[in-house]
Design a protein around this ligand. Structure first.
Ligand code: AMP
Length: 218
């Protein structure tokens, strides 16, 4: 099953992608996670992408497309994948369509997690993660048991640089300008499935699975 997740930053794509990945036993590919890993290295690529990621801007399409292509060529993607954070604009979507066509594959469904922008802003400002095990928390919807400490490592949770309010506004602007046109793009291809993301995590997941049951399998 080849699944693409669309939605505002903070709409729950990462959480749902993890759950879908376990449910269908396919890898969760997050371009944001890949870029954050690259930023932890001392490489030319890290220097090239740093300002884009830290300021909430899109990394240039040629870099993103190359990274996604290399990741999808790996053996674990043979039976499918859940893409979280890609494509992010029409150019990337067109690249991906051509690439999949060349590989005789196709997207089975695009899940669009709908969420009002003001809720996205609230969620992002409350988002934290453990610097050691990288487990995600949300001080409002998925709080840690103990103050702001990781349940497992007991370390103080931290906020992503780009979840700080100045950058969040920029990310939402970029989403509205660059990514939102993909809703129409995939809807015209009859691939788009809308899910209300302003619900408890388990309910969002159930709605997603119900919709995917009707999508075609590869
Ligand atoms: P995310 O974790 O998906 O919010 O992504 C974090 C950051 O990584 C974004 O704000 C962009 O700077 C970069 N990024 C992730 N995916 C893409 C993409 N498909 N195209 C361009 N930039 C991306």
């Amino acid at each position: 099953m080849n699944i693409v997740l669309l939605g505002l930053p903070g709409s729950g794509k990462g959480t749902q992608a993890e759950m879908l990945s376990k449910y269908f036993n396919i890898p969760h590919i997050s371009t944001g996670d890949i870029f954050r890993e690259i930023l932890n290295t001392d490489s030319t690529l890290s220097k090239r992408i740093k300002d884009y990621v830290n300021n909430g801007l899109l990394v240039p399409d040629d870099i993103v497309s190359d990274i996604v292509q290399k990741r999808i060529e790996k053996k674990d993607c043979e039976n499918g994948f859940v893409l979280d954070g890609f494509p992010r604009n029409i150019t990337q979507a067109e690249f991906f369509k051509n690439y999949l066509g060349f590989k005789k594959k196709e997207i089975d469904a695009v899940i669009f997690f709908e969420l009002p922008a003001e809720i996205s802003i609230k969620r992002l400002s409350a988002r934290r993660h453990c610097p050691k095990c990288k487990r995600d928390y949300n001080l409002i919807t998925q709080p840690p048991k103990d103050d702001e400490l990781c349940d497992v490592c007991k370390l103080k949770l931290v906020q992503r640089n780009d979840d700080k309010i100045e950058t969040v506004t920029e990310r939402i602007n970029v989403y509205e300008k660059e990514t939102e046109p993909l809703v129409r793009y995939y809807s015209e291809k009859n691939l788009l499935k809308r899910v209300n993301a302003n619900q408890p995590i388990e309910k969002v997941f159930k709605d997603t699975i119900d919709l995917l049951k009707n999508a075609s399998y590869n």
